[in-house]
Design a protein around this ligand. Structure first.
Ligand code: TH1
Length: 798
């Protein structure tokens, strides 16, 4: 840092964090950035340059608060939370940054006077799509809440060069296009001076040091995370991989082995190159394990380095540091911290292990067996030999401590061929708290997959923290008119920081004017989505029709197939109606969206069927506006911001007991939509599956009609859909599509009836919004902070 005598000069020019927005000269700063940072002028400033200039202007303010927050936190040295997640599905930043720092209206007017519509400028930004779905978006909502609630917290993740692929629909099929998103990203700051060397492979027989391994360098990239209505600005640190600038590569260059030196460089960069596009599926690939260790080792090194600066004794580590594991993807952190403590810092095993277990918390997000991470022991042994030894020791001590009460069932090592490491078991044993993400889900993990651990550790180690969403992005930003209307009734925008204030809305369920405005806003949001559909799909949809939406990753357990079979049933039913009967039909637009993992054929088949049905139905003049079927290409965060405010009904119809929480359900209800959801029935599922195989499996007759139509070729060559039909008819209907079909159709009939009474419908949606207070990610984060992390808000003020 600057020596004391010179600090006065320094401080004379050092910026203060902005406390008021009035002093912000948005236009001056934007023009300055366009002219100097971008070297453009009023003659060649297009919308992209306006986006860049405005972003840099906003960023300057953000950076000052960010620096001050971090300085303050270093100075007061209180306990911090570190949130380790392989996914942060951030979406766009500019709009959110303007709203959180309170300068949106200045920017809107300012851009207007400079000749730009703010909506067009915001559209220029590329989504930061470093995640698959709910798990990654949850991490992003958590960062927003942590900063808004002034908690001292950092996120740690990977800086993928390619985010989740872009989905194109070509001839009704999904095609994946790489998402190179970094060509211009004003929101990240490379820290070329913050690097960590990470070691792989090497001589596994050596107990405490590596020999002859591969070294890859981690470089930090920092992203400021502003809170809403606070100057606290937290940090998200993403690691990027590059070849270590050690002697090895120089030797190769110097000795003329240019090609292999370049190959080394590329191999190193591959580690952070792409996000794995699987949601709720583990494929056990070596590169994925490399990503996990690379990111975990760099993050822990960073955390330990920061702790050691405070010169506190090791036993105070967990009083200064809480680390939350977002699923088992970072579970290696448990092993790595133990390794650092015993191998590098020289602590005894037990001392180290106490620190480890007091530091970590583990969140489970799924019970699906195919999503529970397992690493093949030989693969692991080869890549991380020392870590395998430590895992064996952790396992040995654990099994000894529980004696012979629970044999093989609870071992971290599964006796498969080859043997494998159960990462969830490691995560449980190495953490002081384990939580599920919704009441039902938390009960389920405690009575099924983790029940032996509940017996061993006692029930207090296991808890529930119900997921939530940030009302800033998912209401205020996505649906500004509704946010303003609500604010006018609940005493201003304060509800965005205390969502329970929404309960005030219950007083307005009978207020005619309020209800009219409420429904007008919903209609306007549907018009906005209809415009998007027109330009993206070329299909005209009637905004007065009932908008029925299912957007989420394509997965058999989420049962988009049930939905599209239901749509076909509706189509056949309408086709068979007399003109008189048709007059009573509530017009409907069935809207789907979501990506399939590139190797998931069944999910891709469902996408294909939806598109083929749309093709037939949307062109059928006989049906007209009574039914339209839309598949929205490339569902992502910025599209969700248009879609969620525009639903009348959304579908959350996974097989009972399979969807841990779901979070889009909360976004839809918060925006005045109703939802269809599966009732609990997790316990009956196993029985039904058993009956399908060993008893008589009778297909629902209406579903039979649907299959007959598909098989007749009504929606295109039927061979393309046979796998989908067979999975229900001959392969045991694992997802219970036929069992639930009747009740599903009946529920939709109820929806149609309810929609006819628009006044009642309005009342239902208002009541639902009024009761959404609990589902704020602020409540969720407060819950974690008090029951798991034991952290206090920062006292930093600008
Ligand atoms: C999701 C769950 O499926 C969803 O129900 C939940 O709301 C969300 O997490 C947030 O808690 C999951 N996403 C993944 C992604 C991977 C592995 C497991 C899960 S569980 C890669």
């Amino acid at each position: 840092s600057i020596p004391l005598p010179q600090r006065e000069t320094w401080q004379k020019y050092s910026a203060q964090a902005f406390s008021s927005k009035e002093e912000f000269e948005f236009q001056k700063e934007t023009v300055r950035h366009v002219e100097t940072s971008l070297a453009r002028s009023l003659y060649n400033c297009d919308e992209l340059a306006a986006y860049a200039g405005a972003s840099l202007a906003i960023r300057d303010r953000l950076v000052i608060s960010w620096n001050k927050t971090q300085q303050h936190q270093t100075f007061v040295d209180q306990k911090r939370l570190y949130y380790l997640s392989l996914e942060f599905l951030m979406g766009r930043t500019l709009d959110n940054a303007m709203l959180n720092t309170g300068v949106k209206s200045i920017a809107k007017d300012g851009l207007g006077e400079l000749g730009f519509r703010i909506e067009d400028v915001l559209e220029q930004e590329h989504d930061a799509a470093l995640g698959n779905g709910g798990l990654g978006r949850l991490a992003a909502c958590f960062l927003d809440s942590l900063a808004t609630l002034n908690y001292p917290a950092w996120g740690y993740g990977l800086r993928y060069r390619y985010g989740i692929f872009k989905q194109e629909i070509v001839d009704g099929y999904q095609v994946e296009v790489p998402d190179y998103w970094l060509s211009f990203n004003p929101w990240e700051f490379p820290r070329f001076d913050i690097t960590v060397d990470i070691m792989f492979y090497g001589n596994g027989k050596q107990c405490t040091s590596w020999e002859g391994g591969e070294i890859v360098q981690a470089v930090a990239y920092d992203v400021p995370i502003p809170g809403f209505g606070t100057s606290v600005t937290n940090n998200l640190r993403l690691w990027s991989s590059k070849a270590a600038s050690g002697e090895f590569d120089f030797q190769k260059f110097n000795s003329g082995d240019y090609e292999s030196a370049v190959a080394d460089e590329q191999r190193a960069e591959t580690i952070s190159a792409v996000l794995y596009p699987n949601d709720n599926l583990d494929r056990g690939k070596e590169l994925r394990l490399k990503q996990q260790y690379f990111w975990v080792a760099a993050s822990l090194h960073d955390i330990v380095r920061r702790f050691k600066k405070s010169r506190r004794p090791w036993k105070e580590f967990s009083e200064q540091v809480a680390i939350q594991l977002n699923d088992t993807h970072p579970a290696l952190a448990i092993v790595e911290l133990q390794r650092l403590l015993i191998d590098t810092e020289g602590l005894e095993w037990d001392e180290g292990w106490d620190i480890v277990t007091q530091t970590f918390g583990y969140t489970n997000h799924t019970v699906l067996p195919e999503a529970l991470e397992k690493w093949s022991v030989p693969l692991f042994q080869n890549l991380l030999p020392r870590h395998l030894q430590i895992i064996y020791d952790i396992n040995l001590f654990f099994l000894q401590s529980v004696e012979k009460r629970f044999p093989k069932a609870i071992s971290i090592i599964e006796e498969s061929t080859p043997k494998s490491i159960r990462m969830a078991f490691l995560a449980i044993i190495g953490s002081h708290k384990v939580n599920g993400v919704a009441e039902l889900h938390s009960d389920l993990i405690q009575t099924t997959i983790f029940k032996d651990f509940v017996k061993i550790f006692g029930p207090d180690k296991f808890t529930n923290v119900t997921n939530g969403i940030t009302p800033r992005r998912w209401l205020h930003q996505a649906n500004p008119r509704l946010s303003e209307l609500i604010a006018s009734k609940v005493g201003g925008l304060g509800f965005l920081k205390d969502l329970t204030l929404l309960s005030e809305l219950e007083n307005y369920v009978d207020d005619k004017d309020f209800k009219r405005e409420w429904m007008e806003i919903k209609y306007a949001n549907k018009v906005r989505l209809a415009k998007h559909i027109k330009s993206a799909n070329g299909v005209t949809v009637n905004p007065s029709a009932l908008f029925d939406i299912q957007v989420k990753r394509m997965h058999e357990y989420k049962r988009q197939q049930l939905n599209i079979f239901g749509v076909i049933h509706r189509y056949l039913t309408i086709k068979a109606m007399t003109p008189e009967e048709r007059k009573k039909v509530v017009p409907r637009v069935s809207i789907f969206g979501g990506k399939a993992a590139p190797g998931y054929w069944m999910a891709k088949t469902i996408i294909h069927l939806i598109n083929c049905v749309g093709n037939i139905v949307n062109k059928d003049k006989d049906i007209g506006d009574l039914l339209k079927v839309i598949f929205l290409e490339d569902y992502n965060v910025s599209k969700a911001e248009i879609i969620c405010p525009a639903s009348d009904i959304s579908e959350h119809i996974s097989t009972a007991g399979t969807e841990a929480s779901g979070t889009s359900n909360m976004k839809f209800v918060l925006n005045g939509g109703l939802i269809i959801g599966t009732c609990d029935g997790a316990n009956e599922v196993e029985d039904l599956r058993h009956k399908h195989f060993y008893g008589k499996h009778e297909l629902d007759p209406d579903l039979r009609r649907v299959f007959d139509e598909i098989e007749k070729g009504a929606f295109g060559p039927p061979e393309g859909f046979s796998a989908l039909i067979n999975s229900v008819t001959v392969h045991g209907d694992y997802y219970l599509v036929s069992d639930d079909f009747r009740s599903y159709i009946q529920t939709h009939a109820l929806v149609d009836e309810a929609y006819k009474d628009q006044d009642e419908w309005a009342a239902k949606t208002i009541m639902s919004v009024a009761r959404m207070g609990f589902f704020s990610s602020d409540r969720c984060i407060q819950d974690y902070a008090e029951s798991i992390w034991n952290i206090e808000p920062s006292t930093f003020e600008a």
